[in-house]
Ligand binder design. Sequence first.
Ligand code: SAM
Length: 241
Amino acid sequence: MNPNEHGKGVARLFDGIAGWYDFLNHFLSLGLDVYWRKRLVATVRPGPAGRMLDLAAGTLDVSREILRHYPDQRVLALDFSRPMLLKGVGKIRPDTSIFPAQADGRALPLPAACVDTVTIAFGIRNILPRAQVYAEILRVLTPGGRLCILEFGTGQARIWGGLYNFYLTHVLPRIGRLFSRDPQAYRYLADTITAFPPARELARELRDAGFATVGYHALCSGIVYVHVAEKPALHISRKTP
Ligand SMILES: C[S@@+](CC[C@H](N)C(=O)[O-])C[C@H]1O[C@@H](n2cnc3c(N)ncnc32)[C@H](O)[C@@H]1O
């Protein structure tokens, strides 16, 4: 599919589920999503810019968790779904150091080398082409800065004797359909998880994109992974196709 059409479809989908997103997240993951985001934030690293970017920030749960750990940081929270961001704005204080703005991760409205860490939780799976967002992240990171990704593992590996896989493909889309305005939304979630590359392949993609010191670890038997990749201290930008 054409990446722009794909992007518009994804934005529409999240616009439609923004009202239910937090509730369904906690409910469908049995509250594990809170723990997963904490594990992501445990990998972020403050640096000289004093600024972090939470990309595909959604309803701002990762941004808030970053600030809880690092109250001196400023957190730019970018997402292309305005309803998702607005839902998040209702959860933050007016004097917070979280700065939400609507933007596409494939064309970040930021100068080069302006953030020390970029986080992206459950977002990278939705963005095509990934090479474009990697190039943008490398551009805006300070040298030696970190990209910290939280994402589902591929749903193709059997987990917990196949129980998780059954839940993912049969139970989750049905529950999602009950609540969400968009009957396709939670089918989309299951489909994109199943189609997502295994962690090893994602690590190779990150290295190919120009990141150094790439690593990952599994949480909950590989239901989700945290990936950490660093921008080399000396980075030469590559042209994306
Ligand atoms: C599953 S939600 C994750 C939200 C949040 N990070 C969390 O942990 O709950 C995925 C988010 O990615 C956003 N998104 C998808 N593609 C994007 C893109 N190209 N640029 C910016 N945001 C994007 C969607 O609007 C949505 O809010």
